[in-house]
Ligand binder design. Structure first.
Ligand SMILES: [Zn+2]
Length: 374
């Protein structure tokens, strides 16, 4: 890797700025399987774009076979906007039959056409769409000094409520024609991608369905950090920020970890580490989000020891006396329907309804119900 380039003049080399020849470099790539899991089970086509992965093909991943659906794609134009935030696509999914750990039934996806960056918001109610969209527009202005020019969505009434705002702000609001949602193809395709990765993450750790929100947010986080052919091998993160995303902090979702026990207060006989599972990357904080298996609470910690090949929810016995955590039968739930989610406008439940589980006691609170590619 070149870290600097100099020009020779009068026998001296003058440094003229750093030049990066390799991006998305990953070290310690000796374990392909580990990185395949950390990155949310991307395909070989994608992983070979990451420097360090070499040409070793990791095949026959059981989770990939179970989680990914190869559906016929409708043709999507390869045209891209000419700059970041010139055009964004937005769509809402849900309601899902089981609330997430933070009480959400929906998730809203925003895709930037140019960078393919994804922002995901978990919503308790459809009414929150306007509030989160306004937050997003403010974020684009503050963090990127850009204004959204074109907003594209389907005909969902949740977006039509912002028509006046778009008019006042000069934003062009494009909706797809009735019964042709493929016109909103970019975000539809991204939804499928998010759900494929989220399913893989959940199967990997055999997590209870209540964790679907964490799976979706982490899927978005990883998608923003995985290179894409459409972006000539760059990641959405890199297109947005002009520098490659660090990857060394990535860990295997759903694995066992021990968070340093700060509550010991000098008691030498209290355990040093609390037994947790790793459930994602928090927004706006440095650290990892974990779920404490003893207290059933989630929190962010920076001091964590990971055991990336052990998945507590896959074990037949967990330290829970009523054995409520042992839920192997939940694994197949999301196969009931196309994506395990149902369109809000044609809500239909097939198969058995699953009771909102009381597995998580007390209910976990998400520190922030969104995931930004930062
Ligand atoms: Zn896989």
């Amino acid at each position: 890797m070149v870290i600097g380039v100099g020009k020779r003049k009068d026998g001296l080399y003058y440094l003229c700025g750093a030049q990066r020849l390799q991006v998305n470099k990953v070290e310690n790539m000796d374990c392909m399987e580990l990185w395949h899991k950390r990155l949310g089970h991307p395909s070989f086509k994608v992983t070979k774009l990451i420097s360090g992965f070499g040409k070793n093909k990791f095949e026959n991943c059981d989770i990939c076979f179970r989680a990914k659906q190869c559906k016929e794609k409708f043709p999507i134009s390869e045209q891209r906007a000419s700059g970041i935030f010139e055009m964004i696509h937005c769509d809402l999914w849900g309601p899902y039959k089981t609330p997430s750990s933070c009480g959400a039934y929906y998730f809203m996806t925003i895709v930037d056409d140019f960078s393919r960056g994804v922002w995901i918001y978990l919503l308790v109610d459809k009414k929150e769409v306007s509030k989160f969209l306004l937050n997003f527009f403010a974020l684009v202005m503050r963090q990127f000094n850009k204004s959204v020019k074109v907003f594209r969505s389907d005909n969902g009434t949740e977006f039509l409520g912002l028509k006046n705002y778009f008019l006042n702000q000069g934003i062009i609001f494009q909706t797809s024609c009735v019964h042709t949602p493929q016109q909103n193809g970019r975000v539809e395709q991204k939804h499928r991608h998010i759900l494929n990765v989220a399913r893989a993450l959940r199967f990997q750790g055999n997590l209870p369905i209540d964790f679907w929100g964490e799976c979706i947010l982490t899927a978005g986080y990883l998608i923003n950090r995985v290179p894409s052919k459409v972006l000539n091998g760059k990641t959405p993160f890199e297109v947005l920020y002009g520098k490659p995303s660090p990857l060394q902090h990535l860990r295997t979702f759903g694995c066992l970890c021990y968070a340093h026990n700060k509550g010991r207060q000098g008691d030498k006989f209290v355990p040093k580490g609390k037994k947790c599972i790793f459930i994602g990357y928090p927004y706006g904080k440095k650290g990892w989000k974990v779920f404490d298996l003893e207290t059933k609470e989630s929190y962010v910690s920076r001091d964590i020891h990971f055991i990336e090949n052990v998945f507590p929810f896959s074990q037949p016995h967990i330290e829970d006396k009523d054995n409520a955590w042992n839920l192997p039968h939940l694994t197949n739930i999301s196969h009931e329907d196309e994506d395990g989610f149902y369109r809000g406008r044609s809500f239909e439940v097939r198969g058995a309804m699953i009771q909102p589980t009381q597995l998580l006691r007390p209910r976990m609170m998400c520190p922030h119900p969104l995931n930004l590619p930062i």
